[in-house]
Design a protein around this ligand. Structure first.
Ligand SMILES: Cc1cc2nc3c(=O)[nH]c(=O)nc-3n(C[C@H](O)[C@H](O)[C@H](O)COP(=O)(O)O)c2cc1C
Ligand code: SF4
Length: 646
């Protein structure tokens, strides 16, 4: 397949773009507390600019402190922000890429902890998701005068963006933030001139556009991001969006960037789609917008394979395609496509690691790309003298360590005791919808080959082997072992481990009780239920799947319910026998009937080798689950770090 359309020149207003690939705005949560640009931000944007994208929309930046939605969000609310933004613009421009900031106000979709005061909104209707985070939170209705002043803040932010040297500005009118709240009959219950009917609800955004134009001039490109549909009853749908677009087109907007959903509909999985959402869930909204405007339309959301991007463009479903997380996972995605190096792309696996971190107010990182946000820390420096490096364990941490060390010039051999590489990732990919995890495992295997790592499968590293091989360095990535709880009956013939079930080395008989309702337990339950088994999950906590992100969790619960999986929560298993389990809740005992009991109650680090070879090799690193079982994101990072340190 050729990718001619993707690399065709494009235009937005007066701005010429090298190609049709857009980096959409993505809050990293890496700014200073005051919202100023940091080196960490610059380094990541530079990596993306150098990777060949046509245009970068810098992450949502708050125009007023009360509209701040994330603790370390980038700001554009004061002239003191300009200096850092200037440095960012210069750094991106050094790679010949056009850039502009997305100007943002969270409205009701923030809480006092993030914005430092009582959030403001068109109407005092709280957002359900925010209420869950802070039950005390309640947004305040802006006065008519304040609404006008807020429009001035957007205009001032646009002016700062231009003063900083950016090429265009994007207004954040999507995802249920302040502008969407004014546009939507679902959130705008005002009776003054900013509400009441379509014209009233449009007034705020039209004033913003007019005030921005007055500041930036007639030729400066101004784009807007809209949620083509809020996917909420009583909210904005695509027919309504088409009306909005027609008005904004007349008001002088230069391009429409069509996303979807708001916080309350985010669990439906289209705004930032998880693995369970099919590819390109929002393209048709962009196409529907294209029908009512002659201005360029940008589409987005899980359009992560080059063939799909090209297809959308060739079919004229949109004029530009934004690939967000694909660029966190591999900033060189565009360059690799252009040069025909498709096999070298490290694809985003839509695991939601990045966004789950953001929504828990942590700094964004990427599971499959530990360099994202750590460009400086994890510099791959060539080594003056090659060392003999032995890596024990071919899971994600071991493979990452091995190829990185080899790329630096070391002589690396990786040993895996099983006949297959991938470790826990292979099992994690088995439940329904999780297949994309294999994409990363295959990438790592290609990286091993590309960098000349010798791979020996079916061989376990032992102290004897270490003695024989005499490596200069050993990196231990032997992973974890399942935890066996201290429950009477746990050694019974009907008790099996979740990993063995997925490996197919044990048989289960219905009804099956899965003990433990975390990611692993729910995954194995779904996998079994899909095969027609009758499954029950027993969990001690209040809810199952608490170690998953919001939309992954909601979609999984929906699938489990459709498959008829019974879920028992707040129940502690006190006994297992051949008839099932005895559970206890608030001192009351109860029997749950089952034939097989599948244990999914956590894991402990496998530290046997570390203990055995301590002192035998001068340079020893233990990485990943063999330190402590955690998410694959941590394991992969530790692997990369060890590879850089050796
Ligand atoms: C970590 C993260 C931060 C995001 N921040 C923003 C943002 O600042 N503004 C915005 O409009 N969308 C934001 N989004 C949504 C993305 O721009 C994009 O629409 C979404 O990730 C779907 O595209 P993708 O599947 O190509 O990643 C964010 C998404 C992620 C993953
Ligand atoms: S963390 Fe996961 S979803 Fe986010 S960019 Fe990386 S691979 Fe994609």
């Amino acid at each position: 397949m050729t990718f001619e359309k993707m690399f065709e020149e494009g235009h937005i207003g007066t701005m010429k773009l090298e190609n049709r690939i857009v980096c959409p705005p993505m809050v990293r949560n890496w700014a200073s507390e005051e919202g100023l640009v940091t080196d960490r931000l610059i380094n990541n944007y530079v990596a993306i600019a150098a990777g060949g994208v046509g245009m970068i929309i810098v992450e949502a930046s708050y125009i007023h402190p009360i509209g701040k939605g994330f603790v370390n969000q980038l700001g554009i609310y004061d002239d003191k922000c300009i200096e850092g933004l200037k440095a960012l613009a210069v750094a991106i421009h050094n790679h010949g890429v056009k850039a502009g900031v997305q100007i943002h106000h969270a409205g009701r979709q923030t809480i006092p902890e993030f914005c430092g005061g009582q959030p403001v909104a068109p109407s005092p209707k709280p957002c359900g998701i925010m209420k869950f985070l802070d039950p005390e939170y309640s947004p305040r209705e802006l006065t008519t005068e304040e609404v006008g002043l807020m429009a001035d803040c957007y205009a001032e932010a646009a002016r700062r963006n231009k003063d900083a040297g950016f090429d265009f500005v994007e207004i954040h009118g999507a995802h249920g933030y302040l502008i969407t709240q004014f546009l939507s009959p679902y959130t705008n219950e005002r009776t003054d001139k900013y509400g009441g009917d379509f014209a009233g609800r449009m007034r705020f955004v039209l004033e913003i556009v007019e005030k921005i134009r007055a500041k930036v001039g007639p030729d400066y490109p101004v784009t807007i991001r809209l949620s083509g549909s809020e996917f909420m009853e009583g909210g904005i749908d695509i027919a309504y969006t088409r009306k909005i677009v027609q008005e904004l087109d007349k008001a002088g907007i230069d391009a429409f960037h069509i996303s979807g959903e708001i916080y309350e509909s985010y669990p439906q999985g289209r705004m930032i789609p998880p693995m369970a959402t099919p590819a390109a869930p929002l393209v048709e909204l962009a196409t529907a917008v294209k029908e009512v405007t002659s201005k360029p339309v940008i589409t987005v959301s899980k359009i992560y394979r080059p063939g799909l991007v090209e297809d959308v463009l060739v079919k004229n479903q949109a004029d530009f395609v934004a690939i967000g997380r694909s660029l966190l996972a591999d900033p060189e995605w565009p360059k690799k496509v252009k040069e025909g190096r498709l096999g070298e792309i490290n694809y985003c696996i839509t695991c939601q690691g990045c966004i789950d971190l953001l929504f828990s107010q942590q700094d964004v990182r990427c599971t499959v790309n530990p360099w994202c946000g750590r460009e400086e820390e994890l510099e791959i420096k060539p080594v003056p003298t090659a060392k003999k490096v032995m890596v024990a364990g071919g899971g994600p941490a071991g493979m990452e360590a091995a190829w990185v060390a080899a790329q630096r010039g070391h002589q690396v051999t990786l040993y895996e005791k099983n006949h297959q590489l991938g470790g826990q990732m292979v099992l994690a990919a088995m439940p329904p919808t999780r297949d994309d995890i294999n994409v990363f495992t295959r990438y790592q295997i290609r990286q091993l080959a590309k960098n000349g790592v010798s791979v020996i499968t079916g061989k376990e590293v032992t102290p004897e082997l270490v003695n024989e091989e005499k490596p200069d360095v050993i990196i231990i990535a032997t992973g974890s072992c399942p935890t066996k709880p201290d429950i009477p009956g746990v050694d019974g013939t009907n008790v099996v481990d979740a990993r063995d079930v997925l490996r197919g080395t044990v048989r289960c008989r219905s009804p099956i009780i899965v003990a433990g309702g975390g990611l692993v337990g729910c995954g194995v339950a779904e996998w079994l239920a899909q095969k027609g088994e009758k499954v029950k999950i027993v969990e001690m906590l209040e809810n199952v799947a608490q170690d998953m992100g919001l939309n992954d969790m909601m979609m999984l619960l929906d699938r489990l319910s459709k498959l008829g999986v019974e879920i028992f929560t707040k129940k502690r298993i006190t006994k297992i026998d051949l008839h099932g389990v005895t559970v206890e809740e608030e001192g009351k005992a109860e029997e749950i009937a089952g034939e097989t009991v599948v244990l999914a109650m956590g894991a402990r680090p496998d530290q046997e080798l570390t203990e055995a070879v301590k002192g035998q090799v001068l340079e020893l690193y233990t990485v990943g689950d063999s330190v402590e079982p955690r998410k694959s994101m941590d394991a992969i990072y530790e692997g990369a770090k060890a590879g850089c340190q050796v």
